[in-house]
Design a binder for this molecule. Structure first.
Ligand SMILES: [Zn+2]
Length: 359
């Protein structure tokens, strides 16, 4: 990394904006290039919030008209909630949908007149951040679009895929995700299949980052034992502070730190609050509490941001991407100096991708 960026420049670990743009809820159509009242992230608001770029996820919805991932099948219990694992997706359907979202991303890149760029190398990412061009890392949240022979992985990599989450919270041919549950342990089921292990090896060979968000604990340990890259969980939080199945147990945090990896802290209120409640009236201080805990446990080099914009319930105080400077100021007020803020806001992600991607 040559030039130093301002401490408020954010490179973010996760958003669901592409899918939100492609399959909007009725009446909530929008363009990424224009400011909208809907959703959390678009170009004008990104620039206002000093959002320099991030992982843009493709998570295939069960059908083009079904979004509602977070609340559709949620069952409230006495102490929290649970949601059974949704059924697996058909692979051909998932691939068709993924290609359609990728096409819309590449069209958006062309229409943006140089304001947005799909980045494929660490140097290209750093140069976008310096120039104020929004850097898009193409990420699959769930590997359903990839066939068992992994042919599609090579084709998608050639097209720009640089990050793969093995699962979303559902089973697929490679592994099983965690069901959404509070309170609950992330140790919810079987680990990687043989095909899943092949996928890990192939991603290592290609220099595709593996994301362990949504993966159950056994799957996490299978990847930890197999992968030759630093471990990454793009959007999660600390189980010790909020015992949701989606959050990482202390020993998982320790393993990420020991591997030289990165944990992105998500802003979803239900995975931050000690009571697990999905209430937007939750202060930004809850995000700071998780960043603090993870930095204290495994080091400031290993914690970053993974907002989950357009995929989660944001704290009201954050609102949307324009609230990012308020988080940076909250961290500063909590004793983070410029050097520490740079690490959390972007440097840790840049170092990780520089180590993981092939040049
Ligand atoms: Zn997610």
């Amino acid at each position: 990394m040559d030039a130093v960026l301002p401490p408020h420049t954010v490179f973010d670990g996760h958003n669901d904006t592409l899918v939100d743009l492609c399959f909007p809820e009725p009446g909530k159509d929008r363009s990424f290039l224009e400011r909208s009242d809907h959703g959390h992230l678009d170009l004008p608001r990104a620039l206002e919030g000093h959002f320099g770029g991030g992982f843009f996820a493709i998570c295939v919805p069960p059908s083009p008209t079904t979004r509602g991932f977070l609340d559709s099948d949620l069952v409230l219990t006495e102490t929290g909630y649970e949601m059974p694992l949704p059924p697996p997706l058909d692979q051909a359907y998932a691939q068709r949908m993924t290609i359609s979202v990728m096409a819309s991303l590449f069209r958006l890149e062309m229409q943006s007149g140089g304001k947005i760029r799909v980045v494929r190398a660490a140097k290209e990412l750093a140069s976008c951040l310096r120039q104020g061009v929004i850097a898009v890392v193409l990420h699959f949240e769930g590997a359903e679009a990839i066939d068992l022979e992994l042919d599609a992985l090579y084709v998608f990599h050639a097209a720009g895929l640089r990050s793969v989450g093995i699962v979303w919270s559902r089973p697929n041919a490679f592994a099983t995700g965690v069901p959404f549950k509070f309170p609950g342990s992330p140790d919810t089921g079987p680990g990687l299949s043989e095909r899943g292990k092949e996928l890990v090896r192939a991603c290592n060979r290609l220099g595709i980052m593996l994301d362990l968000a949504h993966l159950n604990e056994q799957g996490f340990w299978d990847v930890a034992g197999l992968s030759d890259a630093p471990l990454v969980v793009t959007h999660t939080a600390a189980h010790a502070l909020c015992p949701s199945t989606r959050n990482l147990a202390d020993k998982q945090l320790d393993a990420v730190g020991a591997s030289g990896g990165v944990v992105g802290v998500a802003f979803h209120v239900g995975n931050l609050r000690a009571d697990g409640r999905q209430e937007a009236d939750t202060p930004i201080a809850e995000i700071v509490r998780h960043i603090d805990y993870i930095a204290g446990r495994i080091g400031i080099e290993h914690v970053a941001l993974g907002s989950d914009f357009d995929g989660a319930v944001m704290p009201l105080e954050m609102g949307d991407v324009t609230g990012l400077p308020r988080l940076i100021e909250a961290l500063r007020g909590h004793g983070y100096d410029d050097a520490a803020l740079r690490k959390v806001a972007h440097e840790n992600w840049l170092r990780l991708l520089d180590r993981t991607w092939k040049p």
